[in-house]
Design a protein around this ligand. Structure first.
Ligand code: DON
Length: 342
């Protein structure tokens, strides 16, 4: 008898037989808004962390900027603070571009090309590429993310970037555009990412010209969003791939679940285990200070606050997310004992 492994498809078609789900609803709207407001006031004075400066344009961000947005899986939003301030999406783009690639080539093939395990190394590590035979470990660190971007549909860099821009806009429910300042600043200082792309190319694990792939990736990271956009993008992943504000199906539900799995594994880089242990929900951070968190079936939560911890994750963002996860019940692993059957 043939050996079966967990990588094998189930013996039915997932697209026509969707899995049963295990999630509930957010609490009452008034409670959610109250807890969001509480979290904002609780952590507003926190001055820990440092604004990223390795991309010169990011260093100009005020450390006082602070916004929180929750978009429920049915499209209701709960917000406070700097919710209209645009900032570059940076690494928060990575799971959404991975989603677009899974949608285009299938999530099994995307896993073979990119991997779905955590590296245990910082987001821009070359050692992680050298030490792992598969070279790319997951789509959420820079190596795997540049490889992901290299797989985006399109035969030219322009076509690939337009596919990314259009796809991320559909996740957000509005047209996104690029910050020319951030792009120029990062393009002038990202030799390390070009190095990663060339290293991957030398191993046959990049699928487009290395400099062009890095350039599209840099443009992708320079797309401007607000914290509301990020929450709407998260809510799309919380809602099986349909943006709850626009009603647009952006990706298949079967892709959506895989994207969330990778976010849980690697969304907070080498601190992903700590994040899951403390907070218990898939998340993704970026160096401009955004974090998106997805509570499947319930909604997307986004925070924006530029000061970062040493791993590159927003300090206030992590505190707020932990508070909200506890107070509005987002932790995937939380359960309560039921009375024993008599
Ligand atoms: O490639 C880079 O270094 C940036 N464009 C994105 C890095 C990032 O956001 C890491 N996040 N915490």
């Amino acid at each position: 008898m043939a050996r079966l492994s967990m990588h094998d498809r189930l013996p039915y078609d997932e697209a026509t037989t969707p899995p049963r789900v295990s999630t509930g609803d957010l609490p009452d709207p008034a409670d959610v808004q109250r807890v969001v407001t509480e979290a904002f006031h609780l952590y507003q004075a926190n001055a820990d962390g440092v604004v990223a400066d390795y991309i010169p344009a990011l260093a100009a961000a005020s450390p006082d900027l602070f916004g929180i947005s929750v978009v429920g899986a049915r499209g209701r939003s709960f917000e406070i603070g700097d919710v209209d301030t645009p900032f570059s999406i940076q690494s928060v783009s990575k799971p959404f571009v991975f989603a677009l690639v899974c949608e285009a080539e299938g999530y099994d093939s995307a896993r073979q090309h990119l991997g779905v395990n955590s590296t245990g190394f910082p987001f821009n590590s070359l050692m992680a590429v050298e030490l792992n035979d598969a070279r790319t470990m997951n789509p959420l660190v820079n190596a795997g993310a540049i490889a992901t971007t290299s797989l985006v549909p399109g035969t030219t860099a322009e076509e690939k970037f337009e596919h990314v821009r259009d796809g991320l806009s559909r996740f957000a429910g509005r047209e996104l555009s690029m910050s020319e300042d951030v792009y120029a600043s990062e393009a002038g200082s990202n030799m390390r990412n070009h190095g990663i792309a060339h290293l991957l190319n030398s191993y046959g694990r990049l699928y487009f010209d290395p400099d062009a792939a890095t350039d599209v990736y840099t443009r992708q990271c320079s797309l401007e969003v607000t914290v509301h956009d990020l929450a709407a993008m998260g809510a799309t992943l919380a809602n099986g791939g349909v943006n709850p504000e626009s009603g647009d199906r952006v990706i298949a539900a079967s892709v959506c679940r895989r994207v969330l799995a990778v976010m849980a594994t690697a969304g907070l880089y080498e601190l992903s285990g700590d994040w899951l242990y403390e907070i218990g929900v898939p998340g993704k951070s970026g160096v401009s200070g955004g974090i998106v968190t997805v509570a499947p079936g319930k909604g997307g939560l986004a925070t924006f606050s530029p000061p970062l911890d040493p791993a590159g994750n927003s300090v206030r963002g992590q505190l707020v997310t932990k508070y909200l996860a506890e107070r509005i019940g987002l932790n995937l692993f939380a359960s309560e004992a039921r009375p024993t059957l008599s």
